[in-house]
Design a protein around this ligand. Structure first.
Ligand code: UDP
Ligand code: MG
Length: 329
């Protein structure tokens, strides 16, 4: 059992156009901090850190208002919208030197905040990373459930190691975050990257609720993009599959050539226009797909080679007060 009388927790909460749900959930996060403080599990210097991901609505003003109201609320804003993964990363990197543990959670109230108690307990028991895992998806629509479950199965099959049904609700210690800061890739797929950092980890199970207000920012198109990012940034299995397929086709072609020669020598060749067209169509399709997959990797290399910043923070709520985020020793 780890003993830390003054454990500082930072909740990292990405928000994009969440003016409807933020006023409802912000209080829940603060209450959770206060509850954990009263249980003497965490220190009162723990904070709720909102990351505004370049929202176009009133989200940032709401966050600034909250920060004025209660010192437990902090906020940073990105210079523009960069996506959920980058927003979480910005928050984690901002928090890592000021706290002992971070918990990243969406701001829409879908993830059960009561699972945090168990997460903190698991940390106290020695785990450095605790994954929040949904144990059922009954509140999701059938379509969302079907696509999301398919998503995890497909990712694992393609060689991207991810915890089944774990999204981005997780506890990560600052020790792990300091190591994680050495992962410089621009193509972010956090849930697949933390298992690569290692350290002792466990999972905590919770039931996922419905979004309290507002609408999901993850329609099918974005989910597919995330799946593609997950696969191509964590695994080269698709390229290997192409190579294996290339070998199989080569062997088949070799047999085909032998067969053609033997048939020609035997003098029973027939005019097979349609079969030739079919073969050409089939293989040109396959070739295009293979080129696309390889192109996807080349695109990734291109983005990584440029090494652009993964997030740019334009404002911090505590800068208004001429303060700095305290450094945790
Ligand atoms: N989000 C973000 N930037 C984006 C899209 C989403 O920071 O470009 C945040 C959003 O505010 C929420 C979380 O990411 O806190 C998850 O988004 P959402 O609830 O829309 O996804 P879903 O739960 O439907 O998969
Ligand atoms: Mg959500």
């Amino acid at each position: 059992m780890r003993k830390d009388a003054c454990l500082i927790l930072y909740m990292v909460i990405p928000c994009y156009n969440e003016e409807k749900v933020l006023p409802i959930t912000a209080g829940m996060f603060l209450d959770k901090i206060k509850e954990l403080v009263s249980q003497k599990k965490i220190d009162d210097r723990s904070r709720v850190l909102f990351v505004n991901d370049g929202s176009k609505d009133d989200t940032w003003n709401i966050i600034c208002g909250l920060a004025k109201e209660d010192e437990h609320y902090l906020g940073i804003t990105q210079s523009r919208n960069r996506g959920h993964q980058n927003a979480v990363l910005a928050g984690l990197m901002e928090a890592k030197d000021a706290c002992d543990i971070t918990i990243s959670i969406d701001c829409d109230g879908q993830d059960d905040i009561n699972a945090m108690n168990e997460m903190v307990d698991a940390y106290l028991d020695g785990c450095e990373v605790v994954y929040g895992v949904r144990n059922s998806r009954t509140t999701d629509t059938f379509f969302k459930r079907f696509t999301a479950e398919g998503f995890y199965k497909f990712l694992n099959w393609m060689g991207a190691e991810v915890v089944y049904n774990h999204a981005d609700y997780r506890l990560v210690s600052s020790r792990v975050l300091k190591e994680f800061a050495n992962f410089h890739e621009v193509n972010l797929f956090l849930r697949g990257m933390f298992p690569l950092v290692g350290f002792q980890s466990t999972s905590v199970y919770y039931a996922r609720a419905e979004r309290m207000e507002g609408e999901s920012h993850y329609p099918l198109k974005k989910m597919l993009a995330l799946a593609l990012d997950g696969i191509t940034s964590l695994s080269i299995k698709p390229i290997r599959m192409i190579t294996s397929f290339g070998f199989m086709v080569s062997i088949a072609s070799f047999i085909g050539i032998l067969w053609a020669i033997i048939s020609a020598l035997a003098g029973n060749t027939v005019s097979g226009w349609s079969s030739i067209i079919c073969v050409i169509c089939f293989f040109s399709g396959i070739q295009l797909i293979c080129l696309g997959v390889i192109g996807e990797y080349i695109g990734k290399v291109y983005m990584e080679a440029k090494g652009r910043p993964r997030y740019i923070i334009s404002e911090r709520t505590w800068e208004d007060k001429n303060e700095r985020l305290p450094k945790r020793k």
